[in-house]
Design a binder for this molecule. Structure first.
Ligand SMILES: O[C@H]1[C@H](O)[C@@H](O)[C@H](O)[C@@H](O)[C@H]1O
Ligand SMILES: [Fe+2]
Ligand SMILES: [Fe+2]
Length: 336
């Protein structure tokens, strides 16, 4: 199936909506759809500049070299199989958040803070602009939890197998991918089965049928899905593809998307502004916000009898008036 992107392109107007705003004499911010976008990151450079000379540049480039050489189709298949078992640890969402206190992401030119900061910065920024979308706050809080793969109890994977932008394997690596030149040393680069526009895929096959490079996105998606989360499909899409910048920023690989992907992409592009531009040296007061996130994790939604009918036929239930269905986004303990 082919999707006509010209009718309602999710990429349209994305950059052009921006206006310059002067907050005070020193600071110039760009306003994009209501969100204040800082002009520079904590190191004084524009966000996601992978070439500018900075204290992080060399380490980040070295990271991408290893990442691009080693992320092959075979590697991804193996990782999916191993981690799909979810037989390592059992813990709650919040316990997992706390583990990220010890994790710094080597792929990121814009942030060198412990990752728990980034989770809270993202979620808090979303909460400000979307106070009623609690599923999106929770998505912000958990979207990078998969970075626990770096820790010994989760297999202690190297950074190149956990963080950084993601991309499809099994078809040609798009030029828009950061530090593309290093793919030349990837064994799949010269494999004729994998190095064409479609490779092993077909037009409109849907991203769920595409194998992405292995890392924190796909792992957290797997954890959420297998633990039977009730988060909406847009949340799962955000978790799974938030590092897929070649798609959501550059518009590459659109030919692999289906209709559902196109819908979900709109939420991902909203989410991305908060994920990227909330990165800062200003710490969130953890003790202050913790009660809110704990209540969100443990939130129980009850459905009244008008909403309940699609789940089962209440006329067969003698006590139907007092029936309440409890919906939690996640179980108290999850398998990881
Ligand atoms: O360096 C960052 C970081 O690893 C993020 O968690 C990931 O989502 C981004 O795509 C990547 O550029
Ligand atoms: Fe991420
Ligand atoms: Fe993130």
């Amino acid at each position: 199936m082919t999707i006509d992107f010209d009718e309602q392109s999710p990429f349209e107007g994305y950059e052009t909506q921006e206006k310059k705003v002067h907050i005070d004499e020193k600071e110039v911010l760009l306003l994009n759809g209501g969100f204040l976008v800082p002009h520079t990151n904590s190191f004084g450079h524009t966000f996601r500049d992978y070439d500018v000379e900075s204290e992080r540049q060399e380490g980040v480039e070295n990271f991408y070299k290893n990442n691009h050489i080693n992320q092959t189709c075979d590697f991804v298949k193996k990782m999916r199989e191993v981690y799909g078992k979810l037989n390592r640890v059992e813990m709650s969402i919040w316990e997992c958040c706390e583990l990220l206190n010890d994790v710094v992401d080597e792929s990121d030119p814009d942030l060198d803070e412990p990752q728990i900061e980034h989770l809270l910065q993202t979620a808090e920024a979303i909460r400000k602009d979307y106070p009623d979308e609690d599923w999106l706050h929770l998505t912000g809080l958990i979207h990078d939890l998969g970075k626990v793969l770096l820790l010994p109890s989760f297999g202690g994977l190297p950074q190149w197998a956990v963080v950084g932008d993601t991309f499809p394997v099994g078809c040609a690596f798009d030029e828009s991918i950061v530090h593309h030149k290093y793919f030349k040393e990837n064994p799949d680069y010269n494999n004729p089965a994998y190095n064409t526009k479609y490779g092993v895929y077909s037009e409109g096959c849907g991203l769920k049928n595409v194998m992405m490079s292995w890392g924190h996105d796909d792992y957290m998606y797997l954890v959420a899905k297998e633990n039977k989360t009730t988060l909406p499909s847009a949340a799962l899409f955000i978790i799974r593809y938030h590092s897929f910048y070649a798609l959501h920023r550059s518009g590459a690989y659109k030919h692999l998307m289906n209709k559902e992907d196109v819908e979900n992409l709109k939420w991902l592009q909203i989410f991305n502004k908060y994920d990227l531009y909330s990165k800062s040296k200003v710490r969130v007061d953890l003790e202050k916000v913790k009660p809110y996130y704990l209540s969100l994790i443990n939130k129980v939604t009850s459905l009244d009898s008008t909403n309940i009918t699609h789940i089962f036929d209440i006329s067969t239930c003698p006590d139907y008036e007092i029936v309440i269905v409890l919906l939690q986004y996640f179980p108290a303990k999850l398998k990881w």
